[in-house]
Design a protein around this ligand. Structure first.
Ligand code: SF4
Length: 324
């Protein structure tokens, strides 16, 4: 079976004058935008495609990530999109996607993306709760975000959304409500991230002052699992859960649920919830659950945690998980 591949190209460092005009409380712009790093060029796109061409598998989808694509200088957007569109015409790339911020999803910006054949637009929503947006100083209102999402859909793009669980002012219900509203907004893809407290950010100060309490890992897992379940129940594909954890991120994080296997933990939590339902619905004291081979470890859980939890919740029930 052919597998979908994304070739990520990072526009980190391409923003001029090197700063985003917004000031989200959790953001370390030097880390997120690469400070004064060099801008991505059309030649970088061609070089990345040449090296991707050597790998087995279908042509990749080009993904411009790591910033607000539609916030870049229009000439730079056109330079990058021209190179990407040419690669699609030659069959070296399957399609193109960009990620951006709802404040930069005006009709003109979206029409430019459409002109160059961009297929997917991922919008960094983070939350649709007004209180959370204000407390996080996102610089946009929920109504403005929903209008931006509607424009993305109206321009014919496949809509992707990014959420953050555990932002200031959020709770479990508001994070779930965000996923519900996003699924209703026409989102087809989603990425879910935990809120982490980075050094020297406004959020770090709020944490020290006791104005913000970072999520514990289990809380982040529960909230992300709620969102995944809601998204998937409504046909939204969850493409990623959790951040790529590298050395730079490890150094920058001072608090919060930093865990490179957050995604697997969330899948394990969802398997646990399903097991709980099945055990509740069983008849008799024995239950055998068949799962796909690649899913078995999720059902058993990290260090057999799911089996232990089920065992203590339902003593006397003999649960077997088998592949098939
Ligand atoms: S929109 Fe917010 S998170 Fe994104 S770069 Fe600007 S300040 Fe940072």
């Amino acid at each position: 079976m052919s597998r979908h591949r994304i070739l990520p190209l990072f526009i980190t460092g391409s923003h001029r004058p090197g700063r985003c005009p917004l000031s989200c409380v959790y953001c370390d712009q030097a880390l997120m935008l690469g400070g004064a790093g060099s801008a991505l060029s059309a030649e970088d796109v061609r070089v990345a495609l040449r090296s991707a061409a050597g790998r087995a598998g279908p042509a990749p989808e080009i993904g411009f990530y790591g910033g607000t694509f539609t916030g870049l200088a229009p000439e730079l957007q056109e330079e990058l999109l021209t190179a990407a569109a040419a690669a699609v015409r030659r069959g070296e790339a399957a399609s193109v996607r960009v990620s951006t911020h709802p404040a930069w999803c005006g009709d003109e910006a979206l029409a430019r993306l459409a002109r160059f054949g961009v297929a997917t637009v991922e919008v960094g929503v983070q939350s649709l709760d007004e209180r959370v947006l204000r407390a996080s100083r996102r610089g946009v209102l929920a109504g403005e975000i929903e209008a931006a999402l509607a424009r993305v859909v109206a321009h014919g793009f496949r809509l992707g959304v990014q959420t953050m669980v555990g932002l200031p002012g959020s709770d479990r219900a508001s994070d779930l409500a965000t996923a519900t509203r996003l699924a209703d907004s026409g989102a087809r893809l989603a990425r879910i991230y935990p809120t982490l407290v980075l050094r020297e950010t406004a959020l770090a100060l709020m944490t020290v002052r006791g104005e913000y309490r970072p999520l514990a890992l289990e809380e982040a897992v529960a909230r992300a699992a709620d969102q995944v379940a809601r998204f998937e129940a409504r046909g939204v594909t969850v493409q990623r859960i959790g951040l790529h954890v590298d050395q730079a991120l490890r150094r920058a994080v001072v608090a919060g649920p930093l865990d490179e296997s957050l995604g697997e933990r969330v899948r394990g939590e969802l398997a646990f919830r399903r097991l709980t339902r099945l055990v509740q619905e069983r008849s008799g004291d024995e239950l055998t659950v068949r799962v796909a081979p690649r899913e078995r470890s999720r059902y058993v859980g990290y260090r057999r945690e799911n089996l232990k939890r089920i065992g203590s919740m339902f003593p006397g029930v003999k649960l077997r998980i088998i592949e098939g």
